[in-house]
Design a protein around this ligand. Structure first.
Ligand code: MG
Length: 384
C-alpha cells in the first residue's frame, strides 16, 4: 500500500573514484582515461523508503560534464528538493530545471534515486514502471522477470591487432556486439582498422565503429566510402550539422551520441536526417525521465538505440538496463556495461551483469541495487 504522503527528508552524497582495470583510449588515442569520478546519491523519505542514484561522467574530456560539477550542482538543487514527494518525478524534474537550467549530468543521480523510490512505493521494478512487459513477450502472457538485454563490448583505440585481441577477449566473455573506437589524425590507419576488424569478426558477431567526433566531415566521407563495411558508424564528427552532412553522403547507418543533450537535439537530428539511431544515456540526458522521453521519440521515429549510461558502477549500468529492458526489441540494439571495465565494485555482485552476452535488471521493487556504504566511505555532503 502506498503511503498517502511522502516527503524527501535527506539527500546524502558520496564521491568515489572508480579505477579502470586498464587505461582506455578514445578518439584515435587523443583522449586517455584511467579512473572515473563518480557521485552516489541516497534520497531518504519520511515514509521510510530510500532511493539510490549514481552520476558518473566518463572523465571530463568526453562530454561537457564534470565529476566535481555533479556535487556542486546537487548542493544548489538540494534545498529545492527537500520536502518534495519523490514519486512526482516529472514535477521533481521541473523543479530541478527551474532551480538549475540545463546541466543535465548533475540531475541524473537525483532522478534515478526518485525512480528507485517510485518503484519501491509501487511494488514494481523500474523496468516495469517504465513500461516494460517482461520476458513473456507480446503473446507470452504474464511475466515476472525482465527481458534480457544483449550487451556490447567497448574496444579501446589501438592498432588493428590490439583491437582484434580485445574483441576476441570480449567474445570469450559472451559479447556478440562490439563498439570499436576509431577516429584520429591518420585516415589510412582508420581504413586499416575498419577493414581488419571486419575481416576478423567471427560469424554472428557485429561491430559499431565509434569515431567519437574525431573526423572532419571530408575525412569521414572519404574513409566511409573507402571501406567495405556497412556496419553502424557512430558520432563521426563533432557537431550535429557536420554529422548530417556525412550521413547524406555515406552508405553506412549513422548513430549519434556526444552531440545529443536535449530532446530538441533529437528533433533537430530527425529533421536533418542525421542518423538512423542514437545512444540513449541517462547521465548525458539528465536521468531516466529524460532518457525515457528520447527512447519514446526514438521508438516513434523507428530509430535503433543503444541504451546504456555514460559511465559508473553497476548501479548506473542497472538503471540504464531497466530502461533498455522496457524498450521494444526492434528499437533496441545492445547495451554497454561500464562496470565491466572497473577494478572496484561498490555494489558487490548486484544489478545487471553480463551473463553469456546478456544482462537482466532485477525484478525486486525499485532499482534493485544498493551500494555497500562501507565501500563508499564518508559522505561528502548531507542535506536535510
Ligand atoms: Mg559513443
Amino acid at each position: 500500500m502506498q503511503p498517502d504522503s511522502m516527503r524527501i527528508t535527506r539527500i546524502t552524497v558520496w564521491q568515489m573514484d572508480l579505477p579502470l582495470s586498464q587505461p582506455y583510449y578514445l578518439s584515435g588515442g587523443r583522449l586517455r582515461f584511467d579512473r572515473l569520478d563518480s557521485t552516489f546519491v541516497r534520497i531518504d523519505t519520511d515514509a521510510g523508503l530510500s532511493g539510490w542514484g549514481e552520476a558518473c561522467p566518463w572523465g571530463h574530456t568526453y562530454l561537457p560534464a564534470h565529476g566535481p560539477g555533479v556535487r556542486a550542482g546537487i548542493e544548489t538543487l538540494a534545498p529545492a528538493l527537500i520536502g518534495l514527494d519523490p514519486r512526482g518525478i516529472d514535477h521533481l524534474n521541473a523543479v530541478m530545471d527551474v532551480t538549475l537550467p540545463a546541466h543535465p549530468y548533475v540531475k541524473s543521480a537525483v532522478d534515478i534515486a526518485a525512480w528507485d523510490i517510485f518503484g519501491q512505493a509501487a511494488g514494481m521494478p523500474v523496468w516495469q514502471c517504465l513500461g516494460g512487459g517482461g520476458n513473456g513477450g507480446i503473446s507470452g502472457g504474464e511475466s515476472s522477470s525482465a527481458t534480457p538485454v544483449a550487451v556490447n563490448s567497448s574496444i579501446s583505440t589501438g592498432t588493428p591487432d590490439e583491437m582484434i585481441a580485445l574483441i576476441r577477449a570480449a567474445s570469450a566473455d559472451g559479447y556478440r556486439t562490439h563498439s570499436a573506437k576509431i577516429g584520429g589524425s591518420d585516415p589510412a590507419l582508420d581504413i586499416a582498422r575498419m577493414d581488419a576488424i571486419s575481416a576478423a569478426l567471427p560469424a554472428g558477431e557485429n561491430v559499431t565503429f565509434d569515431v567519437n567526433r574525431a573526423w572532419q566531415p571530408a575525412t569521414a566521407i572519404s574513409v566511409l566510402n573507402s571501406v567495405a563495411s556497412r556496419d553502424w558508424v557512430e558520432q563521426p564528427c563533432e557537431t550535429l550539422d557536420q554529422c548530417a552532412t556525412v550521413a547524406a553522403r555515406v552508405p553506412q547507418p549513422i548513430m549519434l551520441d556526444e552531440c545529443m543533450h536535449t530532446l530538441q537535439d533529437h528533433l533537430d537530428a530527425w529533421r536533418l536526417g542525421a542518423c538512423q539511431g542514437v545512444k540513449v544515456k541517462p547521465n548525458r540526458l539528465g536521468g531516466l525521465t529524460r532518457a525515457r522521453q528520447v527512447r519514446d521519440l526514438g521508438v516513434a521515429l523507428g530509430w535503433q538505440m543503444h541504451i546504456e549510461d555514460v559511465g559508473g558502477s553497476a548501479l548506473a549500468d542497472t538503471a540504464a538496463i531497466h530502461l533498455a529492458a522496457s524498450t521494444p526489441d526492434a528499437n533496441r540494439l545492445a547495451s554497454w556495461l561500464c562496470h565491466y571495465h572497473l577494478s572496484s565494485d561498490p555494489v558487490p555482485g548486484q544489478g545487471a551483469r553480463n551473463h553469456g552476452g546478456f544482462a537482466t535488471p532485477p525484478s525486486t521493487p525499485g532499482l534493485g541495487v544498493r551500494p555497500d556504504e562501507d565501500r563508499l566511505g564518508t559522505p561528502v555532503a548531507i542535506y536535510e
